[in-house]
Design a protein. Structure first.
Length: 94
């Protein structure tokens, strides 16, 4: 039996501990309709955690994770899984 992977274009941004303002701006400027609030927590000596409250529950992103806008629905994906399931779409300019 053959196995196939479906790759569809989505908007995504990788969260790092250096781009927090860009990630928050991206969430609020995208057509993501389920992000109700965003908070950043840093426990002593740990890396920051980005918590995004949605109508379905709370999503937690850690540095290195990808935030994905899939048709207005926000999801969080670990980097390794993101690399397995997504590839960069290169737009052709005319």
């Amino acid at each position: 039996m053959n196995r196939y992977r479906k790759v569809e274009p989505v908007e995504a941004i990788r969260f790092t501990d250096l781009n927090i303002p860009e990630v928050v701006a991206w969430i609020y400027s995208s057509d993501i309709y389920d992000a109700l609030s965003i908070s950043l927590t840093t426990r002593m000596g740990d890396l920051p955690e980005l918590e995004i409250v949605t109508a379905e529950g709370t999503l937690t992103a850690y540095p290195g994770d990808w935030l994905i806008n899939d048709g207005g629905e926000l999801t969080v994906c670990p980097h390794e899984r993101f690399e397995q399931h997504y590839e960069l779409v290169v737009e052709e300019t005319q």
